[in-house]
Design a protein around this ligand. Structure first.
Ligand SMILES: Cc1cc2nc3c(=O)[nH]c(=O)nc-3n(C[C@H](O)[C@H](O)[C@H](O)COP(=O)(O)OP(=O)(O)OC[C@H]3O[C@@H](n4cnc5c(N)ncnc54)[C@H](O)[C@@H]3O)c2cc1C
Length: 469
């Protein structure tokens, strides 16, 4: 009998499997698709030689993840590539606010009226970042906080809605950039703890940047899978699990799936019936004839570029998709241009470019024109560089990955208490009604993103249970 079977080879399933295997447990992993990776994959979606990331592309959470940092992933080919600036937020007048590795450079880009407020916001946390990120990503209670004082101070700053935190700033530059950071988890700015979301992304940039993996985000998944196999773990692809009986006998089962799918597979009835799925995204992968012609020079020097002219424009777009059930007329866009630092991603002189805007769950329209009108405001001539597009709305995203229910790329709405306490109100979110069945997907804390911490925390719950027995 195996010690553990893991279902789903996304970053969390792979991390859970690795964590168990490196502690001497026998592990087998089963993935529905023909390759490992889930939301961290790389494929030739458009033209030969153009290597696109259909899902994650920029990895502030990955490079800062305590779980990934403890694993020898560099030995398995993972190499983080950094652009001159981690992130830029251009404005229609051709200027830009930036997230730089340097707090001073970032603060200066906000202008004199907000530079001091920004420094006062982030500087107290930076010397404690390594313990803070570990404590924060281990909530609730998978590890005792190493620095409870800093964690409590972070809670005081971050638990209120981002709208409170934004009041510290006077001008649009800081407000728009910070509002955009909250948009990365598709949360409306007025939601509980959304201030913490913005703070985490800003601190991550100062601590270790927002890099892209050389070769694409598949490199993260391939490194985890190769390490797992070296540890004796087995990886089975093209194996969709529909019932627990589909799996070999094991002492523990760990699901990197949505709570809804887990309930169906394990016969948990309405255990997760309360669980809410959130808005989706409309994603376009572009093959370009050359770099994006950004007006702001800073945007040419950053792998990640946020597009939203003001805090209000971003807020209106987030509210339309998450609260009002309609696509925004002027979508807030997150864009990534990995090939400005990674020549392996596109033929010489060409670029891959990735952009998404937010749309309601299950939305069936086409956002291409609205997205490209936004891009043209900040990069006139963008459309002339397009060689090919691969477009994915909610239906395509859901068809590609069962965890994206209705196209929700966060595997559950990141709003209300569900941002922090998911998939149910419990101090033991990785446990399920069955003592041998666990859940480790981004439907568990610390939530969406490629960081493996849900997998790491769930594996801890599993190995504690296995050792008890
Ligand atoms: C368009 C897009 C852009 C994103 N951008 C970023 C980004 O830039 N940075 C970032 O950090 N994050 C980003 N994310 C989010 C990130 O990809 C996810 O949060 C992350 O992949 C979640 O990891 P996971 O392991 O929980 O689940 P997933 O990565 O979704 O993996 C789940 C796996 O389980 C498999 N599976 C599901 N059900 C079954 C079953 N019944 N049997 C067998 N296998 C099953 C699926 O096929 C899949 O491989 C993005 C996501 C999308 C879609």
């Amino acid at each position: 009998m195996l010690d553990a079977v893991v279902v789903g080879a996304g970053p969390n399933g792979l991390t859970a499997a690795v964590e168990l295997a490196r502690r001497g447990f026998s592990v087998a992993l089963f993935e529905a698709r023909s390759t490992v990776g889930g939301g961290a994959r790389t494929e030739e979606l458009t033209l030969p030689g153009f290597r696109h990331d259909p899902c994650s592309a920029a990895h502030p959470l990955g490079v800062n993840s305590p779980a990934f940092r403890a694993l020898p992933l560099d030995r398995y080919g993972l190499q983080w590539l950094h652009s001159e600036l981690p992130m830029a937020h251009p404005f229609p007048d051709g200027t830009a606010a930036v997230l730089s590795r340097s707090v001073a450079e970032t603060a200066a880009s906000f202008g004199p009226r907000d530079a001091g407020a920004y420094r006062r916001l982030v500087e107290p946390f930076l010397p404690h970042w390594d313990t803070l990120v570990r404590d924060f990503m281990s909530l609730p209670l998978t590890a005792l906080p190493r620095d409870p004082v800093t964690l409590a101070r972070f809670g005081l700053a971050g638990l209120p809605p981002a709208t409170w935190l934004l009041r510290r700033f006077k001008d649009e530059r800081a407000k728009a950039l910070f509002a955009g950071l909250v948009g990365h988890v598709i949360a409306p700015l007025g939601g509980l703890a959304t201030g913490a979301v913005g703070l985490v992304f800003a601190l991550a940039a100062h601590a270790r940047g927002w890099p892209v993996p050389r070769g694409g985000s598949q490199a993260i998944s391939d490194a985890l899978a190769a390490y797992l196999e070296d540890l004796g773990g087995a990886v089975h692809t093209d194996y969709e699990v529909k019932r627990l009986d589909d799996l070999p006998p094991a002492r523990a089962y760990v699901f990197d799936t949505s709570p809804t799918a887990l309930a169906r597979i394990a016969g948990f009835g309405d255990t997760y019936a309360h669980y809410r799925y959130g808005p989706s995204v409309f994603k376009i992968d572009y093959a370009l004839d050359g770099p994006v012609p950004w007006t702001a020079p800073e945007a040419r020097a950053a792998t990640t570029v946020q597009i939203g002219a003001s805090k209000d424009e971003i807020s209106t777009a987030l509210r339309a998709a998450s609260r009002e059930g309609r696509a925004p007329a002027r979508p807030f866009l997150i864009t990534v241009q990995p090939s400005i630092v990674d020549p392996t991603r596109a033929p010489e002189g060409k670029q891959v470019f990735w952009a998404y805007g937010h749309v309601p769950n299950g939305w069936s329209g086409d956002l291409t024109d609205a997205m490209e009108r936004q891009l043209e405001r900040f990069a006139p001539g963008f459309r002339d560089r397009v060689l090919a597009r691969a477009v994915a709305g909610p239906a395509e995203l859901a068809a590609h990955n069962a965890n994206y229910v209705g196209g929700d790329i966060a595997c559950g709405a990141a709003s209300g208490l569900q941002l922090l306490l998911r998939p149910r109100l419990s101090l033991f979110p990785y446990h399920t009604p069955h003592p041998a069945v666990f859940i480790c997907s981004s439907a568990t804390p610390p939530g969406p993103g490629v960081h493996g911490m849900s997998g790491h925390n769930a594996a801890k719950a599993v190995w504690r249970r296995l050792r008890q027995r």
